[in-house]
Design a protein around this ligand. Structure first.
Ligand code: MG
Length: 367
């Protein structure tokens, strides 16, 4: 497919409720959309991430700059037969996985339209109903957290994640176990601890958690390997895994038993598939996480979650719970703990007026 034009857009969408976690607070969603124009079709992609560098070093405005200044000039005016060819055209760029994801998902969207096949089928997915869980931030009061957990359980979410940090760990976990018994519960520390907290992890080990996600440094696998040897609860890696190569090394040294794949973090759906295949061959379970994507990005995340080794519920809730407005005509919804992937292309319909409304910067790149 020949890429005739590329448009890169920066959007700012207010969040309904600010999201607090161990690294800070996010109250506005900045999203980068890439639009690829080819043979009368328009493919939309999203580069997800946070507007400040508190999850990974990359932040949204940087994503916007890299997408327009470096990736777009490399693909404009060229023809690509496959996603592999498309990705190879910019693969020498180091890092900037959100920007790469914005471009690659736009190309997948083009392909999906060209072959008139829903994306999840094009990716080789085996299920159209994806079990989902909810991730809850750090609250000021235990009572507020318990109230929110109750709402999530009523809505059928299949797993509850709570964010933890030193001072907010044993107490909320213990309170949830006391109130809700043996629900499927996990914690995500976003790198808030070190190996010096081993006694605390031994305590957490007694709560039957599904996993402890990214307890140690965002760029570490060695200390995670030490920790995993010391505790029974599976360690899940998130921030540390930026590629299939990272995943191979982490698995080889026993740094995790589970990997949270966020397509935005690893640079797209192709790399997500590579990590999926590697984990399947090594007996490592995976689940799909998210980075506050709009429904456009969520749609891509959900599509790749249809692959067979996504054995744990995806971290996915409707965008309408996070953002004051949505960018699609048919929002993703949760029914009994599942989100359903569309069987037709028409059900992934982008509301261009809404996209325009929230666009604060844009550039069109022509050959
Ligand atoms: Mg995480």
């Amino acid at each position: 497919m020949k890429i005739e034009r590329v448009e890169v857009l920066l959007l700012r969408i207010p969040l309904i409720i600010p999201f607090y976690f161990s690294g800070g607070v996010v109250d506005v969603k900045e999203a980068v959309l890439v639009k690829l124009f080819s043979q009368g079709l328009v493919g939309y992609g999203e580069g997800s991430g946070l507007s400040v560098p508190i999850y990974l070093p990359e932040y949204t405005y940087e994503t916007y700059l890299v997408a327009k200044n470096f990736i777009a000039p490399l693909v404009i005016g060229k023809s690509f037969d496959s996603v592999e060819d498309f990705v190879a055209s910019y693969s020498f760029i180091k890092g900037h996985n959100y920007a790469k994801t914005a471009a690659e998902t736009a190309f997948w969207h083009l392909l999906s339209q060209k072959y008139e096949e829903p994306l999840w089928k094009l990716l080789g997915g085996t299920k159209s109903d994806i079990g989902v869980g909810e991730s809850l931030g750090i609250y000021n009061f235990i009572e507020d957290l318990l109230e929110k957990v109750a709402v999530c359980l009523d809505e059928g979410y299949k797993r509850i994640t709570i964010k933890i940090k030193p001072g907010w760990d044993i107490e909320p976990v213990s309170a949830i176990r006391d109130h809700f018994g043996d629900i499927t519960l996990m914690v995500d520390a976003n790198s808030a601890y070190t190996l010096s907290h081993l006694p605390l992890f031994r305590e957490l080990d007694c709560f039957g958690l599904m996993m402890i996600e990214q307890p140690l440094a965002y760029d570490d696998i060695v200390d995670h390997s030490t920790l995993q040897r010391e505790i029974e609860t599976p360690v899940c890696l998130d921030e540390s895994i930026l590629s299939a190569e990272n995943a191979r090394k982490a698995i080889e040294i026993g740094a995790c038993r589970i990997i949270n794949i966020k397509p935005g973090r690893v640079g797209g759906l192709l790399e997500s598939k590579r990590i999926h295949d590697l984990c399947a061959s090594k007996g490592v379970g995976i689940y799909c996480g998210g980075l506050f994507e709009t429904t456009i990005g969520k749609f891509f995340n959900l599509s790749v979650s249809s692959l067979s080794n996504y054995v744990y519920p995806a971290d996915m809730s409707p965008a309408t719970l996070l953002f004051k407005e949505d960018l699609v005509r048919y929002p993703l919804k949760v029914h009994n703990g599942f989100m359903s992937l569309p069987d037709s292309l028409e059900q992934f319909s982008i509301d261009e007026a809404q996209v325009e409304r929230f666009t604060v910067e844009r550039v069109m790149i022509m050959p």
